[in-house]
Design a protein around this ligand. Structure first.
Ligand code: SAH
Ligand code: SF4
Ligand code: F3S
Length: 455
């Protein structure tokens, strides 16, 4: 019996798919070669934008003729899209070939629902309200992200940014006990993982009282006796404390690239978004990080075409992008989400205007990131080798502590830290040659971390 998982959305979902794979493998399923041959197909969905949902529904629909021929195939839809009541209704009525629909809070019972469906031959719908996180934490896992391991530190979101569906589909914030996180990270480092990425919708509000804050957690993990990269996402600017800035600056393992979503460069729009910070405050955090963490780089998320965004507001967004000099910008056209406050706001922006603003923003950012990339040429930087290159023979892919992707030439082993001399830049990707590896000799064994991927 085989399985296939189609994953959409953020890293949280990528990690949750590792848990889905863990459950399925514990039931005896093995990874299918492709979706059409699988005995069980799981769609782990995202609801962040309408385009994501349309794509997912299209992909689910494409399985209809296959399921008509293979009646025993089981189709499961879970994740953020199916947690919405209206969408669960659409799946019930218009997608009768879908067998099991689960919300985000029901994932831990996946095995029970599959067994129930097989035994009773009746469709299963389980979309419940928030539950305890302990069962989700206890799910088995099949890790799929090579040298990196994802680690949940919290679930849910309390912020209710007016455009965003996440608080409605993921429930309220719950932080994992710090000792559970430390134990998991220790185990991963012992197993040989070289990068740990802490996951939460707003990691800066991690906490269970004053002894368990995000700063404390970072500091504790950073001090573990291993050489590795410690990353985290996502940081909300309203909660990024100076204590966290201080911990980053003193860190020996913490990566020097910070993802800090600004969303807009206009205070009027930030207020309408309910982001609870001003552009000035945001820039002051950037400046503090730059001062205390030499060479630190930044990436961000930006929404263009939020209701009421004028040309002047958008120009302010371009100003802040130029001011901060982001290494990377993830830019999105505002998408109306049913049930959110912004969906009911006046001043919705026409699609053509949103498209134009998106293009303008991407063009401005392209120039910045290319310029920043060129500054590295000639430097020798420490690179973590993450994978063999999928296309270029005898080349490896890695990244610097500043979060720059590097295509590396030379004998190296996936999972090693090596010194690389940057020789050129192409499409913002650095190219370089290994000049020294951590053992002082060149090994060549790329098999270490080539574990399978779920989709
Ligand atoms: N918790 C994270 C973001 C999670 S969603 C944070 O607060 O930063 C990832 C990104 O999707 C957001 O940062 C935002 O830029 C974008 N996004 C969320 N809702 C959106 C919507 N309705 N339309 C367009 N983009 C949206
Ligand atoms: Fe959405 Fe805002 Fe929560 Fe991020 S902080 S998940 S953007 S509501
Ligand atoms: Fe999408 Fe849910 Fe993540 S809506 S972006 S998968 S939290």
């Amino acid at each position: 019996m085989t399985y296939f998982i189609a994953t959409y959305g953020c890293q949280m979902n990528v990690h949750e798919s590792e848990k889905i794979a863990g459950v399925l493998e514990s039931m005896g399923y093995t990874l299918a070669e492709d979706i059409q041959k699988a005995d069980i197909v799981v769609f782990n969905t995202c609801a962040i934008r309408e385009s994501a949902e349309q794509k997912i529904l299209g992909n689910i629909g494409a399985l209809k003729p296959i399921k008509a021929k293979r009646k025993d195939m089981l189709i499961v839809v879970c994740g953020c899209m199916s947690q919405q009541e209206a969408m669960a209704g659409v799946l019930k009525e218009k997608y009768p070939f879908v067998d099991i629909v689960l919300g985000t809070h029901n994932l831990a019972d996946l095995r029970k629902f599959i067994e129930q469906k097989i035994a009773q031959k009746k469709r299963v719908f389980a979309i419940e309200e928030q539950q305890d996180i302990a069962p989700r934490d206890a799910m088995p896992m099949v890790r799929t992200s090579g040298v990196n391991a994802w680690v949940n530190i919290m679930y849910g979101c309390n912020n209710f940014c007016t455009y965003c569906i996440v608080p409605y589909v993921r429930g309220r914030e719950i932080s994992r006990p710090m000792q559970d996180i430390v134990k998991e990270v220790c185990q991963l480092l012992k197993e040989g993982y070289k990068e740990i990425t802490l996951l939460g919708q707003n990691v800066n509000s991690y906490g269970n009282g004053k002894d368990e804050t995000f700063a404390k957690l970072l500091q504790t993990l950073d001090a573990l006796p291993y050489k590795y990269r410690l990353k985290f996402m996502t940081s909300h600017p309203k909660d990024l404390s100076m204590e966290v800035v201080d911990v980053i600056s003193k860190g020996k393992n913490i990566a020097k690239c910070v993802h800090l979503p600004i969303q807009s460069g206009s205070n009027k729009i930030l207020e309408a978004m309910n982001r609870k910070y001003t552009v000035e405050h945001y820039v002051s955090i950037i400046d503090a990080l730059r001062e205390k963490v030499p060479g630190v780089t930044f990436s961000t998320d930006i929404i263009v075409g939020f209701p009421g965004e004028t040309d002047e507001d958008f120009a302010l967004t371009l100003d802040v992008v130029k001011r901060v000099q982001y290494q990377q910008v993830f830019a999105f056209m505002y998408s109306r989400r049913k049930g959110t406050v912004a969906d009911k706001m006046d001043g919705q922006i026409p699609l053509a205007v949103k498209k134009q603003r998106l293009q303008t923003l991407l063009a401005v950012e392209k120039e910045i990131s290319e310029k920043l990339a060129l500054e590295h040429v000639g430097e020798v930087e420490e690179v973590l080798l993450e994978d063999v290159h999928p296309k270029l023979a005898n080349k490896l892919m890695g990244s610097t502590v500043y979060g720059r992707a590097v295509t590396v030439q030379g004998a190296g082993r996936v999972g090693d830290f090596v010194k690389v001399k940057i020789t050129k830049v192409k499409n913002s990707v650095l190219f370089g040659d290994i000049v020294e590896d951590e053992y002082g000799y060149f090994a060549n064994d790329a098999t270490l971390f080539k574990n399978k991927r779920t989709s």
